[in-house]
Design a protein around this ligand. Structure first.
Ligand code: SF4
Length: 260
C-alpha cells in the first residue's frame, strides 16, 4: 500500500480511533472490523495477494515503502509526546523495560495465566486424538456434523484465548508499573488490557462449559480447567478491581450507531 493510501485511511471519520488497542485481534469474528484502521490497512494489503508472499518482491517493496512513512510518523509522535529517541535515552529505556518486563512476567497472576495456557496444551495432547480437532465435518450424519461443528467452534475459542490471556495480563501488569511510576491518572491502559484478559477468561469459561456438555468423556479434566480459570478470573478481578469499568473505544460505547 502507498503512503498516501495509509494517510487517507487514517483520516476516515468512520474509523474508531484506537479501537485495536483493546481488542482480542480476532478480526474474523470482530463486529467492528469495518471501523478499524488496523483491519482496513491489512485488508488493503491483502488486495494485492502477491504482497503477502514472502518470496515475492512486492512483499519487500511494500515493507520498504511503509518503513519511510512509519519513521516520519514515529518522529512526529515522539516530538509531540516528548519521547527522547537519542541512543543514550534508548539504552536507559531498554534496561528499564527489561526490568519491568521481568517484573511483570514474574507476577503471580502472569504465572497462573501461563500455567493455564500450558495446561490447555496438555489437555489437547491427552484428551484428543491428533486428527480429531477441526476434522472434516462434511461427512457423517447431520447430528454428528452439528455436534462436531459446535465442539470445534468452542475449541477455537479456547485456542484463540489460551495464550492471549497471559499476554494481556502481562501487559496490564507492566502498564500498571508505568502508571504507578509516572502517575498517569487520565488513562489506565492497565485496566484496558486487564479487561481484555477478563473477557477472554469469561469466554473461555463458557466455551469449556459447553464442550463439557458435548463431551462428557472429558468431564473430569474440563472441570479442573474450569476451576483453574475461575481462580484466574477471581485473582484478576482482585488485582484490577476497576478493569471491568474501563470503556474500550467502540466495544463498550453505548451508542448503537457504532454498529451501523
Ligand atoms: S478491532 Fe477488530 S478488526 Fe480491529 S484489530 Fe481488533 S479484532 Fe481486528
Amino acid at each position: 500500500m502507498r503512503s498516501k493510501d495509509l494517510i487517507d485511511l487514517s483520516d476516515d471519520p468512520n474509523l474508531i480511533p484506537g479501537i485495536y488497542n483493546y481488542c482480542d485481534r480476532w478480526c474474523e469474528r470482530c463486529a467492528f472490523s469495518g471501523r478499524c484502521l488496523l483491519y482496513a490497512t491489512e485488508k488493503a494489503e491483502d488486495d494485492d495477494p502477491a504482497s503477502r508472499h514472502i518470496n515475492n518482491a512486492a512483499f519487500w517493496h511494500k515493507l520498504a515503502s511503509i518503513f519511510a512513512q512509519t519513521q516520519e510518523m514515529i518522529s512526529a509522535w515522539a516530538d509531540e509526546n516528548g519521547v527522547d529517541l537519542t541512543p543514550s535515552a534508548l539504552a536507559e529505556g531498554e534496561e528499564h523495560n527489561d526490568r519491568q518486563q521481568a517484573q511483570s512476567r514474574n507476577h503471580p497472576l502472569a504465572k497462573i495465566a501461563e500455567e493455564y495456557a500450558f495446561a490447555v496444551n496438555e489437555w489437547f495432547e491427552n484428551e484428543f486424538e491428533p486428527m480429531e480437532v477441526f476434522s472434516d465435518t462434511t461427512a457423517g450424519s447431520n447430528d454428528d456434523d452439528e455436534h462436531d461443528e459446535a465442539v470445534n467452534d468452542y475449541l477455537e475459542v479456547i485456542r484463540w484465548y489460551q495464550f492471549l490471556i497471559a499476554v494481556k495480563l502481562i501487559r496490564a501488569i507492566s502498564s500498571r508499573l508505568e502508571e504507578d511510576e509516572y502517575g498517569d491518572e487520565e488513562w489506565h491502559h492497565s485496566d484496558g488490557s486487564a479487561k481484555v484478559a477478563l473477557i477472554a477468561i469469561d469466554r473461555s469459561l463458557s466455551a469449556w462449559k459447553l464442550i463439557g456438555e458435548l463431551r462428557s468423556e472429558n468431564g473430569v479434566s474440563i472441570r479442573k480447567l474450569l476451576l483453574d480459570l475461575e481462580k484466574l478470573r477471581l485473582h484478576t478481578e482482585r488485582e484490577f478491581p476497576t478493569a471491568r469499568d474501563f470503556i474500550r473505544p467502540g466495544f463498550d460505547e453505548t451508542s448503537l450507531d457504532i454498529l451501523q
